[in-house]
Design a protein. Structure first.
Lengths: 235, 443, 336
């Protein structure tokens, strides 16, 4: 039994058709799991369902063995799940430090200590702490977004395309940061477009097609699986 | 609705009923104008007040006889001013075309505007003073063209359309609620100019005794055919009276009543024909390919733009059309009143009440707009009597000297705000598309 | 000497009145901008809400006067502020619960909320007129002047007098104190930061565990305080008349947009921008220039850019210019 699990999840928007059906994803602490797949496969939807942004039609979500399927996103955040959306994932009008403080809105203790930890993980943020986030570069913003999400000291971190729209150099840098976060014993789930790079830093990966699990396995297995290579990695 | 107005005719008087009817018709025209902008294109125009006032101004400028002395005194000065304004616009356009975009160009334009304004001020001040000095109790303005008053309805439309062109060029790119505020404020500017430029239309001193497109009451009371008509109409009643003098007195009072009703009926006829013409035109437009395109733009601007529709141009066009209709309504209203009172143009009455009509009636539906105009205007006028009735009903057990009762009775006129406000809130909550919602047209 | 006289003229007729008027506008503009930034609609009931709070201050002032309670040299109305604020906040929360919250939960477009606020405007106006009537009322008591022109002339020996009305001093002092507290709250406290965060990015604020109900509640409380104080200060300085309050909504909107809507500090400065522009452009500079220029050059005309009739039009023209060239306002507001 894994630490954070989404079992047999079926969900869709409003009255529409199912976007994901019987989709299963799980992750353990200190592990990076990548969710991959073609456009429209339901990657982001699966993640949103695990966060509670849309309701499950069947299946369940558990953390540490406890069923949290009926909780709203805010309450799931309180249970130690943190989420970084793909867009609009920072408070652009606030300073870096204020972004971090808001991230820890629910915690009253040890604010300065946690912020120091974040500064250690992302040294650049320490230099820019009183700058408005709107003035930072794309890569720096993503670091603010990661930092904000880590302020709750989560046990699960969910990232929706953390490297979308950044240059390859910045992408490598961000992946390095994500590995650093993993080493603090956090379970990480990420949805990625850059499949090869994502798999190379992931412990495990899921490949979804039309809302169903198609392949799963360790990062290396998937990278070397001929069928996966042919259909999804373009080589 | 017609039934309600007839009720007023029976219980209050036919003259009041027709006054209400006329205002209902005018309101309906205004509402149709606003509805074209909001319902067809999703443009929010809180500047109704300004266009109404411009329509009213048109009536004065078209129908009043020119004041020759004033033209002699200051006409030339004002003519020069007009030339200066034209040359300023020309110079600015020239600089915009010939000089490349730079700080220098901005300074050049600023300089043109600055010196132009000083020149204008220097030339216009004596001209305006001399115009306003001519018989200020009666004229003190340039007067109009002395043309038939009906012509001014069209001119009013053009005036309002012209203003809408300028406003549209400035403000249409704004987000909806910014647009609302911007149009409201521009309308305030327009009204304050009309209010304070006495040489134009006497400002707050008002213009009274405007011509009427229908027979005058006094003339009617003297014409034989009308007296005979009234006599025939009331013959049964008149035959009951034997004394000749009494009979004559009764006939006189009947003739006076009937003449007022007759004049108002003529007005109603004119207004009704405007409403019907507009209704036919707007319905045709709504079901035409153009109407379809407008709805497409309203519902998804980006997609319409991507399909090659010129959204900006269409928005400007509909903004001008809607405003022009409001201008016509403004001209109709001043014609109906026979006087132009710039001080009375206030946003409450001429913007917000009209918007309540649009929302209550049904956005995007022309019949809804007319219904909204009727219902809300009727409520607005009859709210005080209704409130008085309700107050008396609920405080019947209190003695006449009870302070709360007296206070409430004195405040009866303000209940109209309450009723209209609550009406709007209820409609927005429970019937957000209005009483007669937009029909989904299947092609 | 001539120069000092000229400066005194300017101070007396333009700068002090503009500071006073600007403070009153600034409070209203911050109110508009807070509602716009956090509740996300243009509140057309602004003027009438200010009027509503002031109405209680007026009524309570009369009541206190009848009881013989007063503050000596200061106006009795200052004593009524807390009560008026409580009534105002209660009214706003009531309106929010029964009117606005429905549309907020439904996530209606801002235009619809603006239209709803028009309905609230009608209702508020009706309540005010039914309770207190549409008439003009003065409720200022206590000492009227801090400094009288004649005293000033005696003191300094100048030929121009400087008058400072007590309401002008009270307005400026109260505004500075209140606005400082407000900005300290918004920028330095956790709750204030969470409000700015909510205004900046609602979804992310929710994911960070910020309670939207609490943010909305605090917004209305602050808005109630702002509206009441702004309204009372204006009423003390001029007089209380419901219709005028409704009209004041327009320059207040202008101030909020000029300052950059959604940006409270911008709104604060926007208030003064509008006030100074209105007064500088409609002031007759004849007396001022007569001190500075040699006699031969003294102007005959009033040396007025625009007649005072166009006071409002000035602020609206500024707004139009700002909207044309810098739609986000001078101090960079929200681009929603």
């Amino acid at each position: 039994m894994a630490f954070f699990e989404g079992n047999q999840m079926t969900a869709g928007y409003d009255e529409g058709a199912d976007i994901i059906s019987s989709c299963t994803i799980n992750v353990n602490k200190g592990e990076i799991v990548a969710i991959l797949g073609p456009n429209g496969a339901g990657k982001s939807t699966a993640m949103k369902a695990m966060l509670g942004l849309l309701n499950l039609r069947s299946g369940d979500v558990t953390i540490d063995g406890k069923n949290i399927s009926n909780l709203n996103p805010q309450d799931r955040v309180k249970r130690g799940i943190s989420f970084v959306p793909q867009t609009r994932n920072v408070f652009a009008g606030l300073t870096v430090r204020e972004n971090l403080e808001i991230g820890a809105f629910l915690r009253n203790d040890e604010l300065d200590k946690i912020i120091e930890e974040i500064y250690e993980l992302f040294p650049i943020l320490s230099d820019k702490k009183s700058q408005t986030v709107g003035e930072l570069s794309g890569g720096q913003r993503q670091q603010v977004a990661l930092g904000r999400a880590l302020m709750t000291k989560p046990s699960v971190l969910m990232l929706d395309e953390p490297t979308a729209g950044v240059s390859p150099i910045v992408m490598d840098e961000l992946f390095n940061h994500i590995i650093k976060v993993k080493k603090t014993n956090v379970a990480i789930i990420m949805v990625e477009q850059n499949a090869k790079q994502a798999l190379s830093i992931s412990d495990r990966g899921y490949i979804l097609v039309t809302g169903k699990n198609k392949f799963e396995g360790s990062g290396k297995q998937l990278l070397h699986d001929p069928e996966v290579r042919r259909s999804f990695l373009g080589a | 609705m017609v039934f309600l107005i007839i009720l007023v005719g029976i219980f209050q008087s036919w003259s009041i009923a027709l006054t209400i009817l006329n205002y209902c018709l005018i309101s309906a025209v205004m509402t149709m104008g606003a509805n074209i902008q909001w319902g067809y294109a999703g443009l929010i125009n809180f500047g109704i007040m300004g266009y109404t006032a411009l329509g009213g101004l048109a009536v004065v400028l078209v129908s009043v006889a020119p004041v020759g002395e004033a033209w002699q005194a200051g006409g030339f000065g004002l003519f020069i001013c007009l030339l200066i304004i034209f040359s300023m616009v020309f110079l600015i356009r020239l600089t915009l075309k010939k000089v490349i975009k730079s700080k220098k160009r901005n300074y050049l334009i600023a300089a043109i505007i600055f010196f132009g304004l000083i020149l204008l001020k220097v030339i216009s001040t004596p001209a305006i003073e001399s115009i306003e000095a001519i018989d200020p109790a009666k004229t003190g303005f340039l007067g109009g063209l002395g043309m038939p008053i009906l012509f001014s309805w069209i001119v009013g439309g053009f005036f309002a359309g012209g203003l809408a062109y300028i406003v549209g060029k400035i403000a249409l790119g704004l987000r909806a609620d910014y647009l609302a505020i911007a149009t409201l404020l521009i309308a305030e500017i327009v009204v304050s100019i009309i209010k304070h430029e006495d040489w134009l239309a006497r400002g707050v001193k008002n213009v009274i005794g405007l011509k009427k497109p229908v027979p005058y009451q006094i003339d009617l009371q003297k014409s034989d055919w009308f007296i005979n008509l009234v006599e025939k109409f009331h013959s049964a009643k008149l035959d009951l009276i034997n004394s000749l003098t009494e009979r004559q007195e009764l006939l006189n009072s009947l003739v006076i009543d009937a003449s007022s009703v007759y004049v108002k009926l003529c007005m109603s006829g004119l207004f009704l024909s405007v409403v019907i013409i507009l209704l036919i035109v707007t319905q045709k437009a709504l079901y035409s390919p153009w109407g379809r395109m407008m709805r497409a733009i309203r519902d998804n601007e980006v997609a319409a733009n991507a399909m090659g529709k010129n959204v900006v141009k269409q928005h400007l066009l509909i903004f001008i059309l809607g405003s022009a209709i409001v201008g016509i309504a403004g001209a109709m209203m001043v014609t109906n009143d026979g006087l132009f009172t710039p001080g009375s143009y206030r946003p409450m009455r001429y913007t917000f009440v009209i918007w309540v009509m649009v929302i209550v009636g049904g956005t995007g539906n022309n019949f809804g707009a007319i219904l909204g105009g009727f219902v809300v205007w009727f409520l607005w006028v009859e709210a005080a009597p209704i409130a008085l009735f309700l107050i008396n009903l609920f405080t019947a057990h209190l003695p006449e000297t009870n302070e709360i009762k007296i206070h409430l009775i004195n405040s009866a006129p303000y209940f109209r705000f309450l009723m209209v406000g609550i009406g709007l809130l209820i409609i927005m909550r429970y019937r957000p598309k209005g009483i007669l919602p937009e029909k989904i047209i299947k092609q | 000497m001539e120069l000092i006289n000229a400066i005194i003229v300017l101070l007396n007729y333009t700068i002090i009145p503009a500071l006073t008027y600007g403070s009153q506008l600034a409070l209203g503009a911050i109110f508009v901008t807070l509602i716009y930034g956090i509740l996300r609609f243009a509140n057309f009931a602004t003027g009438d809400m200010m009027s509503f709070g002031t109405m209680f201050a007026v009524l309570l002032t009369f009541y206190f006067q009848s009881l013989g309670i007063n503050l000596g040299l200061l106006p009795t109305a200052l004593l009524t502020i807390p009560f008026a604020i409580i009534m105002m906040i209660l009214y706003m929360l009531l309106i929010d619960k029964y009117v606005f919250s429905y549309y907020r939960i439904k996530k209606s477009p801002p235009v619809q909320l603006a239209m709803v606020s028009v309905g609230v405007m009608f209702v508020t106006q009706a309540i005010i007129r039914i309770i207190i009537g549409p008439f003009d009322r003065t409720f200022l008591d206590g000492q009227k002047f801090i400094l009288k022109a004649s005293e000033f002339k005696e003191m300094t020996g100048l030929s121009e007098g400087l008058t400072i009305k007590s309401t002008q001093a009270i307005t400026i002092v109260v505004t500075i104190i209140f606005v400082s507290i407000l900005f300290w709250f918004l920028n330095r406290t956790k709750t204030g930061t969470s409000m700015r965060a909510y205004s900046d990015n609602e979804d992310l604020a929710l994911l960070s565990g910020i309670d939207p109900k609490r943010v909305v509640l605090i917004t209305w409380v602050i808005a109630g305080i702002l509206a009441t104080i702004g309204g009372i200060l204006y009423g003390l300085d001029k007089s209380y008349r419901p219709f005028v309050y409704f009209n004041n909504m327009l320059p207040i909107f202008a101030a909020a947009i000029v300052g950059g809507i959604g940006n409270p500090f911008g709104a604060f400065l926007g208030g003064y921008c509008i006030a100074f522009a209105e007064i500088f452009l409609t002031y007759a500079y004849k007396k001022f220039l007569s001190y500075l220029l040699p006699e031969a050059l003294e102007p005959d005309s009033l040396m007025q850019v625009l007649s005072t009739d166009y006071k409002f039009a000035v602020s609206f023209s500024i707004l139009v210019i700002v909207l044309l060239f810098r739609p986000t306002g001078i101090f960079k507001g929200k681009v929603i």
